[in-house]
Each structure stands twice: as structure tokens, then as C-alpha cells.
Design a binder for this molecule. Structure first.
Ligand code: FES
Ligand code: FES
Length: 167
């Protein structure tokens, strides 16, 4: 069965006819032509498909497209403001926190989501004071970025880049 949905992807409105079983990842890549979110595992285990969905990070291979009619999607491509990179993208470049193009778009989207969660005071499993403000410590960053795998092992630089992005 097909269903028609509307999405706003990186600032552009799109209407799509999708099979109701279509994942948001496939709708973005195949229906919209947004190639920043990558299909790494297709099982919710690598984070390569992460986007910001209505401002919160979501792994799109486990989300059904029809469940997100009307949603606002920001991919790694849409984080840049025209020719100006997002501060987190700049930080990844400066820290050399990347090697391949496959996991990096998801890492960057996740990092932006992480910093928003920290700024909003949302606790994680390693937050000691559940009532106080949350600091973007290395432990917080490691815990919150743990759903994004980097197969080449750029983790140390990624933690530094996320820390820089919080400034
Ligand atoms: S492709 Fe979605 S988590 Fe791996
Ligand atoms: S940057 Fe992609 S596997 Fe490490």
C-alpha cells in the first residue's frame, strides 16, 4: 500500500509517494535524492543514517517514512548555511576527526543533536547530577556518541571535535 507524505528536507519542501513499509532513510535517499544520510548497517547499529528530525537526532533506517508526514529533516548537507559550515562541521575539519565519507555525515548530525541535548540539560547514563546543568565532558560525549560507529578509529579526534563544537 502506498501513502503520500510531505517532508521538508534541508529547507526544501518535498511530496513523496511511498510504500508504507519504506524507511525514512530510503525515502530520503531514493525519493528525495538526499545522499548525506548513509546506509551503513540498515539495522540501527552504526548511526551512519542519522539526521535531525524536527531538531532531534534520529536513525532513519529504523523510522518509517509514513510516520513522519510533515516532518522537518536536516541532513549533514543542510547543516551548512549557504557556503558557511556549521561550527560542528568546522570542528570536525579542524580536528581531522574523519577519514571516510560514510560515517561522517551521521557523526556530524549526531554531534549537533548531542550538543543540543547537553545544552537543554538532558541527562545521560553517565550524568552524575541529574538536577544540575550538564557539561559536555569527554565522558558525556563518548556516552552520547556511542551509537555512531567509526570503523577506522577516529574516535579520539571526534570527541575533541564535539567538545570544540560546544564552544
Ligand atoms: S544504517 Fe541506520 S544505524 Fe546503520
Ligand atoms: S571516519 Fe568513517 S569509518 Fe572512521
Amino acid at each position: 500500500m502506498d501513502g503520500e507524505i510531505g517532508l521538508r528536507v534541508d529547507g526544501r519542501r518535498r511530496r513523496l509517494l511511498v510504500d508504507t513499509r519504506t524507511t525514512l532513510l530510503d525515502a530520503l535517499r531514493d525519493g528525495v535524492g538526499a545522499t548525506a544520510p548513509k546506509k551503513g548497517c540498515d539495522h540501527g547499529q552504526c548511526g551512519a543514517c542519522t539526521v535531525l528530525l524536527d531538531g532531534r537526532r534520529v536513525i532513519t533506517c529504523l523510522a518509517l517514512a509514513v510516520a513522519h508526514d510533515g516532518a522537518d529533516v536536516t541532513t549533514a548537507e543542510g547543516l551548512a548555511d549557504g557556503g558557511r559550515l556549521h561550527p560542528v562541521q568546522e570542528a570536525f575539519l579542524e580536528r581531522d576527526a574523519l577519514q571516510c565519507g560514510f560515517c561522517t555525515p551521521g557523526q556530524v548530525c549526531s554531534a549537533v543533536g548531542v550538543l543540543d541535548e547537553v545544552a537543554a540539560g538532558h541527562p545521560s547514563a553517565v550524568t552524575e547530577d541529574l538536577n544540575g546543568p550538564v557539561e559536555p565532558t569527554d565522558a558525556e560525549i563518548r556516552e552520547r556518541m556511542s551509537g555512531n560507529l567509526c570503523r577506522c578509529g577516529a574516535y579520539v579526534a571526534i570527541v575533541a571535535a564535539v567538545r570544540d563544537g560546544a564552544r
